[in-house]
Write a protein that binds this ligand. Structure first.
Ligand code: UD1
Length: 362
């Protein structure tokens, strides 16, 4: 069996790591296309080196652009590669513009498409990721769902016959790396200047278009982080830096200390070293849950609803609306005593994905 993986953005590289490792334990051929959606070393290269992913076989180098331009650039550039490689499966990951472009290009060439992390829904049709998920699921031939909830969403959209519960490959990588961090195999994470790793700190990220692109919204969220009584290590995605600069929002005042995005193992270490997480990232909500740190999510909804159980994750659509005392109490709450469950699987999802692909070979 020959499988082409299409990746391009940071969260896809995290998911690619366990999949590439699973393929390396088999005789199947695995070919990696990097679209180039993320090009900064902090968002791309460090994940290949840090997670031991083989270099991409092809790099399309599309870079940034509006949604249409970026998606279109991947479509145009990927066509000749798929035509030449003629894989048995094109495997697309998650919900970025690279996901949708990879799926559409493959469908047009009558190549079977499998979607990893299928069935996630926020039901917020203003999110670019929601467009990408829905359109990719309806285009794909095989839907690899991470959770029972995702299976229900797919069934509700008439896609049950193409859906398989595979589990979540992010558990595979997160737990493996957690164990290496605990075993002392990595140095201390590079936290922002001014954060003392031996004192309590909150770990924060903010990058979703809904939170960064409206000047008033961004200013309100940054003000809320700044008024927290615990130091906040804000690991700034390039989008956040660009938008803060454009909107004249100063990030590092009050509690906030700004640093660069971290490689994966350092991120896991930084979560483990923190007293809690404040974020709008999907992946980080789940990592906080798996690493048993309380998470506060700056969004009105989450795709990872299981993290809300037992109070491990809390949604805060707008900290200003909540009012300062309630916001501070929530963001600095201690870890719940309720044990976390295993809704995301057992840490062996990637091997299962490879098996499922082989079983469903047309
Ligand atoms: C993308 C995904 C999002 C995912 C996120 C993880 C889409 C629609 N969104 O968002 O689902 O959670 O990746 O990081 O696909 N930039 C750089 N260097 C880079 C990449 C981006 O400076 O390496 C800046 C550019 O100013 C660019 C902006 O970030 O315009 C946005 O990048 P883009 O790839 O459009 O989306 P992300 O916000 O990274």
């Amino acid at each position: 069996m020959k499988v082409v993986s299409v990746v391009g953005a940071r969260p896809q590289l995290v998911k690619l790591a366990p999949i590439a490792a699973a393929f390396s334990r088999t005789d199947h051929e695995h070919f990696i296309i990097h679209t180039g959606q993320h090009y900064d070393a902090d968002l791309s290269d460090v994940f290949f080196t840090g997670l031991g992913i083989p270099d991409p076989d092809v790099h399309l180098g599309v870079g940034s652009g509006s949604h249409g331009v970026q998606t279109g650039a991947v479509l145009a550039a990927i066509d000749p590669v798929l035509e030449r490689e003629k894989p048995d499966w094109v495997l697309v990951y998650g919900d970025t513009n690279s996901t949708l472009a990879g799926a559409v290009a493959a469908v047009k060439q009558h190549l079977p498409v499998a979607h990893l992390e299928a069935g996630l829904r926020s039901f917020n049709r203003r999110m670019p990721e929601e467009h990408n998920r829905v359109l990719t699921d309806h285009a794909a031939d095989l839907l690899l769902a991470p959770t029972e909830e995702a299976m229900r969403h797919l069934a509700a959209e008439g896609l049950a016959a193409r859906s398989v519960l595979a589990g979540d490959v992010m558990v595979d990588v997160c737990l493996r790396v957690r164990d290496t961090v605990r075993a002392g195999e990595h140095g201390a994470p590079t936290l922002p200047e001014g954060i003392d790793p031996n004192e309590p700190y909150l770990l924060a990220t903010l990058h979703r278009a809904e939170n960064t692109d409206d000047p008033r919204r961004l200013a309100g969220l940054v003000a809320a982080l700044n008024e927290l009584p615990v130091p906040v290590a804000l690991l700034a995605h390039p989008r956040l830096l660009v938008r803060a600069e454009q909107h004249g929002v100063k990030l590092d005042q009050g509690a906030v200390r700004v640093g660069r995005p971290l490689p994966y193992a350092e991120m896991v270490a930084a979560v483990l070293g923190s007293v809690g997480v404040v974020t709008d990232s999907g992946g980080l909500q789940k990592e906080a849950y798996l690493l048993q740190r309380p998470c506060t999510t700056l969004r009105p909804e989450t795709e990872w609803v299981e993290t809300l159980d037992g109070g491990w994750n809390h949604l805060v659509p707008d900290p200003q609306e909540l009012g300062r005392p309630a916001w501070v109490e929530l963001a600095t709450r201690p870890a719940p005593t309720t044990p976390t469950g295993t809704p995301y699987g057992d840490g062996h999802a990637a091997d299962r994905v490879v098996e499922i692909l082989a079983q469903h070979l047309a």
